[in-house]
Design a protein around this ligand. Sequence first.
Ligand SMILES: C[S@@+](CC[C@H](N)C(=O)[O-])C[C@H]1O[C@@H](n2cnc3c(N)ncnc32)[C@H](O)[C@@H]1O
Length: 476
Amino acid sequence: MILENIKVDRAGGRGVAVGKTDDGKTVLIRGAAPGDVVDVRVIKGKKSYFEGRVDRVVSPSPLRVEPSCKHTESCGGCTWQHLGYPSQAEFKAAEVEEQLVRVGSVPRDGVVWHPFIPAPEPFRYRNKTEFSFTNNRWRTRGELVANPDAAAEPGLGFHIPGFWDKILDVQDCHLIPDYGNQIRNAVRDEALALGISFWQPRAKVGALRVAMLRSNQAGDWMMIIQWGEHPGPDGFTMMHRITEQFDRLVSLYWGLNEKVNDSMYDVDLNLFYGAESLEEEMEPALEGGRALKFLISPKSFYQTNPLQAHRLYSVALTAAGLKGGETVYDLYTGTGTIALFMAQIAGKVVGIESVREAVDAAVRNAERNGISNATFEVGDMRRIFTAEFVARHGSPDVVVVDPPREGMHPAVVAELARIKAPKLVYVSCNPSTQARDIQMLSEAYEVATVQGVDMFPQTFHVESVVLLRAKSASEA
Ligand SMILES: C[S@@+](CC[C@H](N)C(=O)[O-])C[C@H]1O[C@@H](n2cnc3c(N)ncnc32)[C@H](O)[C@@H]1O
């Protein structure tokens, strides 16, 4: 079903623009820009709304630009490549505000809403990307029409959004540096030349399954290949050829993944070549501070846009307003990046993180940077961050939380409300769960400042840093 001549009114959440039919029904449209008039191919029709994607642009919005990447339409990774970057930044700033006000009940008055920080590099900023192998690459509608009986072809690229078994073959991803594209394309070519089989997502058989690429700002690269079968002599030849071809590929791991899912976190990895980790250097997060060096190991979290991560950490440190001597908790600490910047000023910092490898890296990061007042504990926040933990480490003056997209578990929110730290800095990559958690914290804390930061240009994702202050007994 096609809905004709739908006027697109606003950007909407999660990159899905919003328009209305003549009889007032809401239409959620992928691939549209506010100001467009479009025909919409309906994917889902409900009583009160339609969901679909642009079938034809009848009249383009002045905000539209020509996407620079040829994969945009099918890929879905860059939901907003058809929008100019200033418009993307504007819509992200509005999304942070909308979520915090509507879901988080944050007042517009009495709170400092800092101007949004856009990214200086809207392309080729990512330092980590995961590509999947397939024996039957996704074909666009145009390809299917042109050649409906074409035989299956192998591919290496990204999952089509919403389809775990459909993979787009990618030649040039505009979010990663060109060198990464060259490595990925060479892996595909060498593997095909050696006759190595590619993964069949439905049948769950095949040799090459997933390749992850990581890099640092100095231009060193790490690759981690998950194999569905033991690589055997041809697999080792392929990996060897890749390391010979790319001198900036300084580390190559492989692992055998015979599980149902593609997750690498419980796969044992073997170092095939080079360094165990990459090293990343980050400028001081505040004036007068020191630059820090961080180890990036295959499984540990490290912010995917390193330039903007530096800005994000500066914002978090400014919000924390440390003077010296404070007890700080850095919860969901990853490899301890925020914790170690805080430890340059604070009396002591305690971090919690669920991935053991990340905590090992955090401990090594502290040692490498000569920091002795930061300690880290491994485990699920829900089980570790308890009254006993607080009694053992002392009540914090400042708590920083930086949870994953799903936000914090209610038990963690409850413990934060109970301890009422004077300052709570909430760093989030998902303003809607951040707003939900802030609403749950509203009896104990009030919002003082809000700062949106763009870490992920071309996508709808946005980072938000909120400073909360504990309410006094009379306010609570
Ligand atoms: C958004 S990252 C933040 C990392 C760090 N603050 C940084 O900037 O690099 C979230 C981190 O929380 C960790 N994590 C996710 N769920 C967790 C849980 N339930 N308990 C503890 N850590 C968790 C993840 O492994 C990840 O390292």
